[in-house]
Design a protein around this ligand. Structure first.
Ligand code: MN
Length: 324
């Protein structure tokens, strides 16, 4: 049954134990929406298989409890949030359920007890409407979740219609949340001091190699290779390779800008080959990969860098044409 935002409150209150369920690798829109609904109407929050990195930082900023792969047992209603198709909740066994979502697929809504599904930039925008029509002012934490959900689902307002701006303005006005608090959650600068120090060390020790199109950087840290490599990319590297020694093995993490990947760079393949050549193991994605192998770290880093430079040789950066 399709319902309107103003009907949600009465329908949800007819159920004792409610689980708000987010899709696989839940993003901030799913997590923020589920949290705001839970704060308003009670219940628990679950996610299938885990939450994304950004959603994890939102979760800690809101202080939300999210059960990963919860059992459907004991809930008389599951509200599937921000999820268009059943596949996104894997093997979760749905019996009595509702849907709140901004996609267009009919897959889940056909058998839902009730649903709100309408095109909007984000599920958070629909949830805000539900709260407004229920005369519920969200907590600051819930407001934070909704705003971060809107920012991320609109690609930081790049694909946003007027109503997303209006919704955010309303939330800020009514809850006294500051926009800067939402941006803080999304900041890629790590908050943990040890992580920040590792990133700063990686930057200060960076060996920089460049061609007309590409800047390739390698460095060494004691820990947090991955986030340090990401920081080096944030501050200007096209590809960053950061290694650390861990007992007998060395670990190298690589991160690449999107246009290096579009130009054909495959860090997972490079990391895999370098590692296997030394009896180790490596892989990941084309733009983010890691390896672990025995042997001196310096050699490993040198070989990775040589192969990256080799792979990018003769390749043009799109940035020149698209001013990315
Ligand atoms: Mn969404």
């Amino acid at each position: 049954m399709e319902i309107r935002e103003e009907d949600f409150r009465d329908l949800i209150r007819g159920h004792n134990r409610v689980l708000y369920l987010c899709h696989r690798n839940a993003d901030p829109d799913a997590v923020g929406s589920a949290f705001a609904l839970r704060e308003a109407f009670g219940g628990d929050i679950g996610a299938v298989e885990g939450v994304s990195r950004t959603a994890a930082s939102l979760r800690s900023a809101m202080g939300a409890d999210i059960e990963i792969d919860p059992s459907p047992q004991g809930y008389d209603l599951v509200v599937v949030v921000d999820t268009a198709v059943g596949q996104q909740i894997g093997g979760f066994n749905l019996r009595d359920y509702a849907v709140v979502d901004h996609h267009r697929d009919r897959d889940l809504i056909e058998s839902a007890l009730f649903y709100i599904q309408r095109p909007a930039d984000s599920t958070a925008e629909i949830v805000w409407e539900i709260l407004k029509r229920s005369d519920i002012l969200p907590t600051r934490e819930a407001a934070l979740g909704l705003v971060v959900g809107i920012i991320t689902d609109t690609g930081r307002f790049k694909h946003s219609g007027a109503s997303s701006f209006r919704t955010v303005a309303e939330i800020l006005e009514r809850t006294k949340l500051e926009y800067a608090e939402a941006l803080e959650v999304l900041s890629r600068v790590p908050t943990e001091r040890s992580r920040r120090i590792a990133a700063l060390r990686a930057a200060s020790r960076a060996q920089i190699e460049w061609t007309d199109d590409w800047v390739v950087v390698s460095s060494e840290v004691g820990a947090f290779e991955g986030s340090s490599a990401m920081t080096l990319v944030e501050i200007g590297a096209d590809v960053a390779l950061v290694g650390g020694g861990h007992g007998d093995v060395s670990r190298v993490s690589g991160r690449a800008r999107r246009d290096a990947v579009l130009a054909g760079l495959d860090l997972a393949a490079i990391m895999g080959e370098v590692a296997r050549g030394r009896g180790g193991d490596g892989g990941g994605h084309r733009g983010a990969a890691a390896l672990e192998a025995a042997g001196p770290l310096e050699d490993l880093l040198k070989e990775c860098r040589r192969r990256v430079v080799e792979a990018l040789k003769e390749k043009r950066s799109l940035r020149a044409d698209l001013s990315l």
